[in-house]
Ligand binder design. Structure first.
Ligand code: CO
Length: 134
């Protein structure tokens, strides 16, 4: 575990939030992309070497839509950066940690990601993220 890579925030409309984070707070928009597999549109805003990840559902079936149905817009997950996500997942499995993703899947920006079950972290959803090789 190296650092907090980003903080994921569930939003209804990314554009409404960009106005605040970019225009009011002065953060830089690193990019926007759609991750089909997770049915979300994602925008990354840079703050130092960490990011804010805005997550907008592209379908009512999106896990982000379901999250907002229960809890409303707000902080959705913390992403911890790791060097080798496959090795970290194996270690966690060995320790009996409940995982949402037993195997890494594709995240935005060519990353590999996996979520730990929020029961383990007492209600906070934790994502592990391994940066892509560019
Ligand atoms: Co994330």
């Amino acid at each position: 575990m190296k650092k907090i890579n980003h903080i994921g925030i569930a939003v209804e409309k990314i554009d409404d939030y960009i106005a605040f984070y970019r225009d009011t707070l002065g953060l830089t928009v690193e990019g926007t992309e759609t991750v089909e597999e997770q049915k979300v549109k994602v925008a990354f805003l840079t703050i130092g070497d960490t990011r804010i990840e805005l997550l907008e559902p592209t379908s009512p079936e999106s896990p982000i839509a379901k999250f907002m149905e229960k809890k409303g817009p707000g902080v959705h997950h913390l992403a911890f950066e790791v060097d080798n996500i496959t090795a970290e997942l194996a270690k966690l499995k060995e320790k009996g940690v409940k995982l949402i993703d037993e195997n890494p899947r594709c995240g935005a920006h060519h990353t590999k990601i996996a979520f730990i079950h929020p029961k383990e972290s007492k209600g906070v959803l934790v994502e592990l993220t391994e940066s892509g090789t560019h």
